[in-house]
Design a protein around this ligand. Structure first.
Ligand SMILES: C[S@@+](CC[C@H](N)C(=O)[O-])C[C@H]1O[C@@H](n2cnc3c(N)ncnc32)[C@H](O)[C@@H]1O
Length: 241
């Protein structure tokens, strides 16, 4: 099968900054199961030593992450997103209003993790965004992000996952059908067109086993499937270093 090529990161950042209100409704109506995923992430973060550091890649407005961190002691928190502008300012405010000492950076997360790391983190998270990279860049991502995690620390990936033996094309069709079933009235016809175009052209999900192989090659010790929802179309994986 020929792999669909990924969109340039700047175009994806531009898409999210111009269409943020469309994406924000998808989160608010829980169409992608942010509530369950971030509740599970919170459970894991609660078990870390208080005062942990966290890097959130492709943070968007970090709204769900900020809720997951509510009341937890975080020593340092960096959020990276290419959308920049109001989206990233919202991320800073959402985190700081919950007492999280947040810094924000308007950068491409792949380039960011490939740059030299001076101060690694206890926890790195990337939610609903790794799928924007093609297969080769996902491998580069794992190689790069490994240096940003302390030994014994973890990477959490929340994302679309291709169920074993199925294809990314079938994943796209099933996710679009799931979104319509759960939230037909959330969008008008033009907005549905925007959503479907984005998913059909920008989403390149993988099987969990493919991500596990990339992580192993990058030096991670293990992968745990923390949550699978919607028949395995959406999931949270934890990679321990
Ligand atoms: C679907 S949203 C997810 C936002 C948030 N993580 C969440 O869970 O709701 C995808 C985000 O990834 C960002 N993004 C996509 N590709 C990126 C890249 N290469 N570098 C930085 N940010 C990127 C977009 O700007 C957008 O804010």
């Amino acid at each position: 099968m020929v792999e669909r090529s990924a969109q340039p990161p700047e175009e994806i950042g531009q898409f999210f900054s111009s269409q943020w209100t469309v994406y924000e409704r998808m989160v608010r109506f829980n169409l992608l199961r942010h509530k369950e995923m971030f509740a599970c992430l919170r459970e894991d973060l609660q078990s870390l030593k208080p005062g942990f550091s966290l890097l959130d890649l492709a943070s968007g407005d970090a709204g769900s992450l900020a809720m997951a961190l509510q009341g937890l002691r975080v020593s340092r928190c960096v959020a990276v997103d290419l959308a920049g502008g109001p989206v990233l300012l919202a991320a800073r405010d959402n985190l700081r209003f919950r007492g999280i000492p947040a810094e924000v950076k308007a950068l491409d997360f792949l380039r960011f993790v490939q740059s030299g790391c001076k101060q690694p983190f206890d926890a790195v998270t990337i939610a609903y965004s790794l799928h924007h990279l093609d297969h080769g860049d996902k491998q580069h991502f794992f190689q790069g992000v490994a240096q940003w995690i302390k030994p014994g620390g973890s990477l959490w990936v929340i994302d679309g996952l291709v169920p074993p033996g199925e294809t990314p094309e079938l994943w796209v069709a099933k996710v679009i059908s799931h979104l319509h079933l759960q939230g037909e009235t959330v969008y008008n016809a033009a907005e549905w067109q925007t959503v479907e175009n984005h998913i059909g052209t920008c989403d390149h999900p993988e099987e969990a086993t493919a991500l596990h192989e990339m992580a192993t090659a990058a030096g991670f010790q293990s992968m745990t499937t923390r949550l699978l929802l919607e028949g395995g179309l959406l999931g949270m994986l934890r990679f321990q270093k």
